[in-house]
Design a protein around this ligand. Structure first.
Ligand code: NAD
Length: 451
């Protein structure tokens, strides 16, 4: 506790030197971070295998690859992002110039979860560095191999008054949250997100909350079923469903349900073989507690596909669950595992009502070729972001800000939005001294007319 206070004070004192603000410094740190990762790619892949049985393919495409995309994008655009932006001024302000000038917020705290432990710790850090902040990182205690590696990368690359890693669990996280950081960037569950926001409120610290929730996946009767099945199976069973924006439940038009389920079965077999529990690259559930919670959900319906479990290896087969009641336990919380409840609908407007009756989801996926159907869902349902005719991929482009809304989160990041998240956009008005209009002064006979 005392040491966290000291750590923050050291970072605050160093921040005051102004060293982290310059363009050259920020670029040099981004280069250093990238190089440190390039040199340790093999170790990162090994750590992710140890923590979650992630395959090399998955570790590269979903953890290391997105890190490179983001850091390359930041290095390419940083100079432009840092420049003050001129804005117009109204005629009431004749003679003056307005501009918005980004400045670093100061000392940031980044708290990360275990499911994409490398990506979700280091991608926010890119934003913190690009914006000129110091950072304390608190990766998850449940992905210890990756957490230790991140600690080593940071300790070898940066001095602790600039960037430091705190290894520890809930207690460490809570103690850090008592400190008056200038920004808190939290990725994790909804309930923990509430306590992060409450702790931040004590210091009026702004927060970015990247949370989870139940993301629906809708398949209309005009969708390309084989393609939808493949993309749903990819998005749902990757990392054994432990993905914040994985489809949480399926809403399929009743006329194509059987065809879709058969096609998802085919895709699962193509990805993980006839016996996914035996497949060397099929992801493990992170802890026994999480495994037991998921296994209990299997009793909430009938397995149309899968349903198998492995108590020793903590694996649950890719499962589609039918006959699930809306008020059953599996529909009360984010599933966060490889179990997909299936519901049918007749009219797309039913879907709008069903989804809008629940907290705003992080993602929504629509499979339909009909623009009117797409528009019905995108225009009438609030959700963080999503895809039409795909799953997950909206997270992978630095041109789209990523984040939730309402219960699924506050704020967003990726690309320029990461820079903005860790910056204060300071508004400045530079007034002319060449003349001075008298209208605003109390002595003016005729004031300005605004209408
Ligand atoms: P979590 O909320 O349990 O933990 C996240 C981090 O917070 C960890 O570092 C943990 O040590 C810390 N923490 C846990 N309890 C805490 C408490 N009471 N006070 C302070 N800190 C605490 O989440 P998790 O289980 O690691 O991750 C799963 C959740 O994260 C899911 O809900 C998932 O949807 C969400 N998630 C969201 C995103 C996103 O980008 N929106 C990405 C990945 C995961």
């Amino acid at each position: 506790m005392a040491s966290f206070e000291q750590l923050l004070k050291r970072q605050q004192a160093w921040f005051q030197t102004g060293e982290s603000r310059g363009y050259a410094f920020r670029m040099a740190q981004l280069r250093k971070l990238k190089q440190a990762v390039v040199e340790r790619e093999a170790a990162i892949i090994t750590a992710l295998r140890a923590d979650l049985n992630k395959s090399e393919h998955e570790a590269y495409t979903l953890e290391i690859g997105p890190f490179y995309t983001e850091i390359n994008f930041a290095m390419k655009h940083l100079k432009k992002w840092m420049k003050p932006k001129r804005v117009k001024t109204p005629s009431t302000h004749l003679g003056s110039r307005g501009y918005v000038m980004p400045e670093p917020l100061g000392s940031s705290l980044i708290i990360a979860p275990w499911n994409y432990p490398f990506n979700l710790t280091l991608v926010p850090l890119i934003g913190a560095i690009a914006a000129g902040n110091t950072a304390v990182l608190k990766p998850s205690e449940l992905s210890q191999a990756t957490t230790s590696l991140i600690a080593a990368i940071v300790a070898d690359s940066f001095k602790p008054e600039y960037i430091a890693v705190v290894e520890g669990g809930v207690e460490a996280s809570r103690a850090l949250l008592e400190q008056p950081f200038d920004h808190i960037f939290f990725t994790g569950g909804v309930e923990v997100g509430k306590s992060v926001m409450a702790a931040a409120a004590k210091h009026l610290t702004p927060v970015t909350l990247e949370l989870g929730g139940k993301s629906p996946c809708i398949v209309h009767h005009d969708a390309s079923i084989a393609l939808a099945a493949r993309r749903i199976a990819f998005g749902k069973f990757l990392n054994s469903g432990q993905t914040c924006l994985a489809p949480d439940y399926l809403l399929v038009h009743h006329s194509v349900k059987d065809e879709l389920l058969a096609a998802i079965h085919q895709s699962v077999t193509a990805f993980y073989g006839e016996a996914p529990l035996e497949h060397p690259d099929y992801g493990a559930i992170v802890t026994r507690r999480h495994y037991d919670r998921l296994r209990a959900f299997l009793a909430d319906g009938t397995a149309a596909i899968g349903g198998g479990t492995d108590d020793k290896k903590l694996r649950i087969a890719p499962t589609l669950l039918e006959d699930v009641a809306w008020d059953s336990p599996i529909m009360q919380e984010e599933i966060f595992g490889p179990i997909l409840p299936v519901f049918t609908y007749d009219d797309p407007r039913e879907v709008v009502a069903i989804v809008n009756a629940r907290p705003k989801p992080l993602a929504l996926y629509i499979f339909s070729k009909d623009q009117a159907v797409q528009q019905l869902f995108t225009g009438n349902i609030s959700f963080g972001g999503g895809c039409i005719n795909d799953t997950l991929l909206h997270i992978g482009t630095p041109y789209l800000p990523f984040g939730g809304v309402g219960h699924s989160g506050t704020g967003s990041y990726h690309g320029e939005q990461s820079f903005r998240t860790f910056s204060h956009m300071k508004s400045m008005l530079k007034q002319t001294t060449a003349f001075d209009f008298p209208f605003r002064y109390p002595s003016a006979k005729n004031g300005l007319k605004f209408i």
